[in-house]
Structure formats: C-alpha cells, structure tokens
Design a protein around this ligand. Structure first.
Ligand SMILES: [Zn+2]
Length: 64
C-alpha cells in the first residue's frame, strides 16, 4: 500500500511525500516523466528523488 500526501504551506511549493513499507523505493515521476530510479531510505530519514523532488519516508517512522 502506498499513501500519497500532498501538503501546501505558505510561500512554499507543494510537496509530495510518499509513505512506503520498505526502505527500497523506486520513482519514475508522478506521470512516468523521468527515467526509473531506485533509492534507499536512510534509517529515520527520507529519500528525495533527484528528478522530481518527491520525498519517500518509511511508514513506521511517520506513525510514531
Ligand atoms: Zn521522481
């Protein structure tokens, strides 16, 4: 299961955060608009896609 959260803050561009079960994620853009890339989410942190700035976080970190 993948949960996508869109949040908008004043004077900031909307950010997309995807919460995942595994620390291995892959991204090809929201509309498959960049090459498929794989990231590993660091312990307690997040991975940010270098192409589209989508952030990936481990779901269990978010639930704390
Ligand atoms: Zn991406």
């Amino acid at each position: 299961m993948v949960l996508t959260v869109q949040s908008t803050q004043e004077n900031k561009t909307p950010e997309t955060i995807i919460y995942v079960d595994s620390n291995r994620v892959k991204c090809s853009g929201e509309n498959n608009d960049h090459p498929l890339v794989y990231y590993t989410i660091p312990e307690g942190g997040e991975a940010i896609c270098g192409y589209c700035d989508i952030k990936f976080r481990k779901k269990d970190e978010w639930q704390k």
